[in-house]
Design a protein. Structure first.
Length: 166
């Protein structure tokens, strides 16, 4: 008799597990724009590390991504801007001594990125000319998203690149 009761209880419990009434409703969620490999502001108590590149690197990639369940069915234009205030803020907050990357040591063809319809991500290439700066010092350059046509995630709109000296 105990065996029959156990089997009935097990059948009731197992039948109850299959009747999930949860319906995932994402209708109120809007897409946002972000830099997928952002590193500022830091998410820990320790100093956020810049995206390190060794002396001699010739290009950096500046990414932007639409964070949403699916790719959008329209073109998204993202406008970046060099964040010149980040150098002072980073050095002051963390006691570092990064130098500003000289203006003639890098080039960007444009700071506007177009993410085509049906795509979620794109990037801009920042060309680096290592011969135009001292290979001993550590340099820092930062970019932020200033406009995207959709909301920009406040905690994922800036990226800091560090170029380490030898």
């Amino acid at each position: 008799m105990k065996r029959v009761i156990y089997i009935l209880l097990l059948a009731i419990v197992m039948a109850g597990c299959k009747k999930s009434e949860y319906i995932l409703d994402y209708s109120g969620i809007e897409p946002i724009m972000l830099i997928p490999n952002t590193n500022w502001p830091g998410k820990s108590l320790y100093d956020p590390q810049p995206m390190d590149s060794v002396y001699g690197v010739t290009q950096l990639r500046l990414y932007a991504r639409v964070s949403y369940a699916t790719a959008l069915d329209r073109v998204v234009k993202v406008k970046f801007e060099e964040d010149t205030e980040m150098l002072e803020a980073y050095n002051a907050k963390w006691g570092m001594n990064y130098q500003a990357l000289p203006a003639d040591a890098y080039e960007v063809s444009g700071l506007e990125l177009t993410i085509p319809a049906g795509e979620k991500q794109g990037f801009i290439t920042v060309g680096i000319n290592p011969e135009k700066f001292n290979g001993v010092d550590d340099y820092l350059i930062a970019y932020k998203i200033v406009e995207a046509g959709i909301p920009v995630a406040a905690n994922a709109k800036t990226i800091v690149f560090g170029l380490k000296g030898q």
